[in-house]
Write a protein that binds this ligand. Sequence first.
Ligand SMILES: NC(=O)c1ccc[n+]([C@@H]2O[C@H](COP(=O)([O-])OP(=O)(O)OC[C@H]3O[C@@H](n4cnc5c(N)ncnc54)[C@H](O)[C@@H]3O)[C@@H](O)[C@H]2O)c1
Length: 447
Amino acid sequence: MSNRSRRRFLQFATIGAAGAIAGNAHSPEGSPTSSSVINLPFAPLNPRLGMIGTGGRGTELLKNFLGADVQVNALCDIVSEKAENARTLVEKAGQKQPVLYTKGDYAFEGLISREDIDLIVIATPWRWHTTMAVAALKQGKHVAIEVPAATTLEECWKLVDTSEATRRHCIMLENCCYGYNETLILGMVRAGMFGDLLYGEAAYLHDLREELFSNKGEGLWRRTVHTERDGNLYPTHGLGPVANYMGINRGDRFDYLVSMSTPAKGLAEYRSSHVPKDDPKWQERYITGDMNTSLIKTANGLTINLQHDVSNPHPYDRLNAIAGTKGIFRDYPPRIYFDEQPGGEEWGSIDQYKERFEHPLWNREGEIARKLGGHGGMDYLECYRLVECMRQGLPPDMDVYDAASWSAPGPLSQASIASGSAPVKFPDFTRGRWKERKGSTIAGAVA
Ligand SMILES: NC(=O)c1ccc[n+]([C@@H]2O[C@H](COP(=O)([O-])OP(=O)(O)OC[C@H]3O[C@@H](n4cnc5c(N)ncnc54)[C@H](O)[C@@H]3O)[C@@H](O)[C@H]2O)c1
């Protein structure tokens, strides 16, 4: 932990009575002045979109929102060619030229104050997410932020507080929640197929070494984070779907975690064989332990094994497992086992469940989703569904409490590691309302 992050950690951490470190930041849980946005429906409207950050991810998201017939009125990127490239996509979709904001780090302030925008999509480097989201909420806009929504507990609380104060939604764009297998399994969980749930596994295991050392795209900012923090830098892709299976913030919540990391070796080793000795990257010291393993305990007693490794050879894997008293599902590759399944103790295929449990969204929109293709189609479904909720005046599938809870293992894993893997408490971002809400996120799977 750097001196700066240690100071930040000490600002919020106090030792709780039970010996776990409580991460309560500045906002009191259960504050009587707070007004929850749980289940708050959108005022029905056909959203007009403004996008901040039109790099790799922003461009992909833009294609998907255009695929969902969303009007795009303004785009912002500090690199004008990127904004211009994105503008071409909008024009190709037959829309009028969107206005561009490209002059400096705070050009986005011009975009978020426009009257002809209802939804701001943020796809910038992590350190900008909360600053931009909070500013946009304060301008009365709904916000959809890329993952992770926040990188400190203070930022998590800022998003919650501001969403509540402005009565605007702040959604984290956790596309994996809309994956084919994830939505299929969610339906099966809700139907009780796995019995009482016991544990899950979630991860982001993705060999990003080439990308991290690239001189463009994420190579310009993401490697730097590996010189600043030791913990799980990217918890949400694996965790979001498992949180949905378990009904986190809907009858259960994350209670505490413990975390440990291996030594940091992969990036330095990659650099030694791929980066010329006179490159400034040789000045960097990587401190993010290569494999971070965190164990989360929920209030109802369930456990989650949460992992992160982007610095070593590994086939892509989010683990994506859920188990209960009647059976277990594991992904990568997808396989399932139920009590007394024919074939003895062999894994079975999930194909036999597709007819009965294919998610209604995939059933309805799967063809166009697969055609647009982003991450197998889930990117389109997350964009389409968000816009559908706005058009129909529904509450969003995922809200600011999910954004905060799923991002929190980032700073909490850092805090646990810094204190010898001590248990660290999750704040209750819902301020107790997780007990009242039932069911799951994601349309059509609500029991
Ligand atoms: N959900 C997913 O599957 C997925 C996939 C990739 C990336 N992401 C997330 O998307 C975000 C962006 O990642 P990326 O891969 O597109 O990175 P990128 O570097 O390709 O794009 C980031 C863009 O933000 C711009 N930018 C930086 N500071 C800015 C500012 N102050 N104002 C306006 N623009 C600014 C950069 O010029 C760049 O074009 C990250 O949060 C990342 O974690 C999510």
